[in-house]
Design a binder for this molecule. Structure first.
Ligand code: SF4
Length: 906
């Protein structure tokens, strides 16, 4: 028997009814149905379909039919014709577009991908494009209902010319290959064919069914247009969602629904929950899943409409040790495996900009042959060098910093060799670029790491596959073109972790067709996410697509609505969640659920919203479990075990202890000092360091300036200044402004220096590293350390000077509270013989002046030493280190996030 039969069935009964009808039609074959083929939307549905068949057959043993999807079944035929892979087709279109110079270089890959999608649709929807460009233009003119103009002519020419160029290539594209597979399958037609729940078939698939039906019976069971029982849920949903073509207004349809079914078919089945933000929605979702699992549910679907919510909920579930089977996956480009690859290429693009470089080197995938500790230590040392010397980019500059450090040198050498593999100046075929990329990854020791990682393995498979597919293509591409192409490939590939099997499945609406779930959550069901926005084609607007016979938005919406109906009718408990407020603004629910809510209120006087009481229950659960976040509302005051009290202290550490003990605790006991920031452009702090270096070099060469002619000495200081600043100017020309600023201060500095020499002082040493033991009680010892900018001598007397690029008045303020700033006192303590003088020198002013503390130096030094001893003595005895910085100390304190000053309950 042959023929094509279509059987509309209400969605809530589709599997059971289809199974009964198949058994009725094939009773003569029982108990062996293995000669039949049943096509399903996905293979997850095979289990429940098999059970329904067994039940309908009522025989103890039943040999089940073959279950397959249409794509899989078609894939089992081999047309024996070469198929041109997508990647090669895209390269061909790109090349053709590049030759026309119609588009900007940067858009070409995007346009070629769009054209490919359009061409596939033209094939699958069996659209016949006219042979002549003029006829196609006329067709578009009619479809747009507009006179031809530049843009229309361009669109017509682009599509028409490239379509014909691609069709004449002699190799089949994917869509044509599928079409050929279907026609071979129809010709073979091995036995009766049944389809269940396959909605919205494409014209090539419809044509296949018709042809197949000439040889064997084909029966399609689907829910197109069938609402079944007027008291049932599909009927209610259809009445609520009916389009404008429905004559009766909503309230009349609601009244009719109530008279058919006095009790709501929705019952307790569906509830709508409006969260007040992303975190709230994710928490509600995780909580509900936890409850369902505790109730013993074993198949829970989360239909992901908003990926951000899903990602957060997934993290919460994983924290509660509930793993999630994620069928939606995420783009391969967001995995750490592809990040290491992209970061490597970023390094080539940015000449090893330090941020790209450090990101790359800190990836766990790189240098896999190195011992972990060696790699980490080497990277740490390199980072310290980069930060200390503010080197921003270029391998040769990093190499110059490395000195004798063999590991750092080796690491930089490997990077250099890997860089050589990808010569950015050359033009090459895509496959050749991929080959070189792979070689560079091998040198960098990234390949083994990727091979061990699931996503990494998928990245490698993708690259291998593309290289293989593209090997016949000899078109040359510049590095930048290849890089854009590679980004697109990683953006479009989806990674799914298939190692996890869990009762909780994150999936999408279309993948739920005919599947058995105990409960489901539709997450992120706001107006922006449901219905989905679909992929808008850049070619032809919706009416023109309809005129040409291409699928439009309406088809996609109808299919999505049918899937939603299928889910709501098949799953006994469904929660719909959305963020009722986003960024403080109201965020509307999906129009479909908003309509359902209105309809339900009209029909049954009961809202579907607000039935959920998740938030308070979550809080209660958290509190019970002791998980409530501990709000830090008081200022911290930790104390240190004696063994952890630092054994050395610098002048700045002592100042920190005086300004805020907690700051000292965080910086010098926990060693949480900020890493040196790499200065992209010269900053004030670097300016100070440069000035220090200039003066050190200058006085090293000219200890007594009065011995030289004033012009000569000024000239020398200018030269040294240029030498030192050149480093910064090379990296950033704007640094020149800092040099000019310093040069303006040179005459003032020399005048001050000469005056000092007239007073009898002579430069003696600079950049002097000193330490001094400080005895504490109980044989404990502390070491005071510091680096003195400059020591002068006058006969037997010494002076310690500290250069400052701050202005004179702020230095004055610094020294005003007696004994509070301990820097000069510490420097005085660090000299073997107590100095006669300790002073700041404000070197960055037109008139350079020095500033001494108001108290007698010996007294100040003595008091500072005593206080240091007593403070450390108390620290060893467990004295607290309270956070008590005043506004000036807190203003630039990097520990503010740690002491949580802004959250104290005071
Ligand atoms: S922010 Fe203020 S109180 Fe907090 S650690 Fe820093 S200096 Fe102390």
């Amino acid at each position: 028997m042959s023929g094509l039969g279509v059987h509309p069935i209400a969605p809530d009964r589709l599997i059971a009814t289809a199974a009964r009808e198949i058994v009725a039609l094939e009773r003569s074959r029982l108990p062996n149905l293995s000669g039949l083929t049943v096509l399903l939307p996905n293979l997850h549905a095979a289990g429940s379909f098999g059970r329904a068949l067994r039940e309908a057959a009522g025989v103890p043993t039943l040999l089940l039919p073959r279950f397959a999807t249409l794509r899989d079944l078609a894939g089992q035929t081999e047309p024996g014709v070469a198929r041109m892979p997508l990647s090669r087709r895209q390269a061909m279109i790109y090349q053709a577009l590049r030759a026309t110079e119609w588009f900007r270089q940067g858009d070409l890959w995007h346009v070629s991908a769009e054209l490919l999608r359009l061409f596939d649709e033209i094939t699958l929807w069996q659209v016949q494009l006219p042979a002549s460009g003029e006829d196609f233009l006329q067709q578009l003119e009619a479809a747009y209902q507009a006179r031809r103009g530049g843009p229309m002519q361009f669109e017509a020419r682009l599509v028409h010319e490239l379509w014909h160029a691609m069709s004449g290539s002699g190799e089949l594209d994917d869509a044509a290959h599928y079409q050929l597979q279907l026609s071979l399958l129809a010709a073979e037609a091995p036995g009766p064919l049944y389809l269940a729940g396959l909605q919205a078939l494409m014209p090539v698939e419809q044509a296949f069914l018709e042809r197949y039906a000439q040889a064997h019976a084909v029966h399609c069971f689907n829910s197109d247009g069938s609402q079944g029982d007027p008291a049932g849920l599909p009927y209610l949903l259809e009445a609520a969602w009916a389009g404008p073509e429905q004559a009766a207004p909503l309230h009349e349809r609601a009244a009719a629904c109530r008279s058919n079914a006095p009790a709501s078919a929705l019952g307790q089945r569906i509830s709508l929950f409006g969260a007040h933000g992303l975190e709230h929605e994710a928490e509600a979702l995780a909580f509900r899943i936890g409850q369902w699992l505790a109730e013993g549910k074993t198949a829970i679907a989360v239909v992901v409409q908003d990926r951000l919510v899903a990602r957060r909920a997934r993290a919460l579930l994983e924290r509660a040790e509930v793993l999630v089977q994620d069928e939606t996956g995420w783009t391969l480009s967001t995995t750490s495996a592809s990040t290491v690859l992209m970061r490597w290429l970023d390094n080539l693009d940015s000449q090893f900009h330090f941020q790209d470089l450090l990101d790359l080197l800190k990836s766990p995938f790189i240098f896999s042959a190195w011992d972990g500790a060696r790699r980490r230590n080497t990277v740490y040392r390199l980072e310290q060098l980069i930060r200390r010397h503010s080197v921003v980019s270029h391998l040769h500059r990093y190499r110059a910093l490395a000195g004798e450090d063999e590991d750092v040198l080796e690491l930089l050498q490997i990077l250099y060799e890997a860089q050589q593999k990808l010569d950015r100046k050359k033009q090459r075929p895509l496959a050749s670029w991929l080959q070189s990329l792979q070689e560079s990854l091998e040198l960098l020791g990234i390949l083994p790491g990727l091979q061990r990682d699931q996503a990494g393995e998928q990245v490698l498979r993708l690259l291998d596959g593309l290289r293989h597919e593209l090997s016949p293509d000899a078109t040359l591409f510049r590095y930048a073109e290849w890089r854009q192409w590679l980004n697109q490939q990683l953006e479009e590939a989806v990674f799914r972790d298939e190692s996890i099997t869990s009762p909780v499945v994150f999936t999408h609406l279309a993948a739920c067709r005919l599947r058995d779930f105990d409960a489901a959550i539709i997450a992120g069901a706001d107006a922006a996410h449901l219905p989905g926005q679909g992929r808008e084609s850049v070619f032809f607007n919706q009416p023109v697509r309809a005129q040409l016979g291409l699928p439009g938005r309406r088809t996609a919406l109808e299919s999505e609505r049918q899937d939603l109906t299928g889910l709501l009718t098949a799953v006994p408990e469904v929660r719909v969640t959305w963020q009722a407020r986003k960024n403080g603004e109201p965020n509307p629910l999906s129009p479909w659920f908003e309509r359902l809510e209105t309809f339900h209120v009209l029909a049954y006087g009961r809202s579907l919203k607000g039935a959920e009481t998740i938030p308070s229950r979550i809080r209660a659960a958290e509190e019970q479990d002791g998980f409530a976040a501990l709000a830090m509302t008081t200022r911290p005051a930790p104390s240190l075990p004696s063994a952890l009290v630092p054994g050395t202290i610098s002048a700045s550490g002592y100042n920190s202890l005086m300004a805020c003990p907690y700051q000292f605790f965080a910086r010098h006991a926990l060693h949480l000092n900020e890493l040196d920031e790499v200065a992209l452009a010269l900053e004030k702090r670097d300016y100070g360091e440069y000035v220090h270096e200039i003066l050190h070099r200058f006085h090293g060469r000219y200890p007594v300036v009065m011995e030289c002619a004033p012009d000569e000495i000024e000239q020398a200081l200018h030269e040294i200044s240029r030498e030192v600043f050149n480093r910064a100017i090379e990296a950033d020309f704007v640094s020149h402004a800092w040099l000019l600023r310093w040069q303006a201060a040179i005459p003032g500095y020399l005048a001050w220096q000469q005056q000092r020499e007239r007073e009898g002082w002579r430069w003696q040493a600079g950049e002097l590293a000193c330490t001094r033991p400080v005895a504490l009680a109980g044989e404990r010892q502390l070491t005071l350390r510091g680096r003195l900018d400059r020591v002068d001598r006058r006969g037997q007397e010494q002076a310690v000077l500290d250069y400052k690029t701050q202005n004179f008045d702020s230095l004055k303020k610094k020294l005003k509270p007696a004994g509070e700033d301990v820097q000069l006192a510490c420097y005085a303590l660090l000299l073997e013989t107590p100095p006669r003088q300790a002073a700041f020198v404000a070197v960055d002013e037109e008139v350079v002046r020095q500033l001494e503390p108001p108290e007698p130096l010996a007294e100040l030094a003595g008091a500072s030493l005593e206080r240091l001893q007593s403070l450390f003595q108390s620290l060893h005895e467990g004295a607290p280190l309270p956070a008590q910085g005043v506004a000036a100390a807190c203003q630039y304190c990097e520990m503010r996030g740690l002491c949580r000053k802004d959250y104290w309950n005071e």
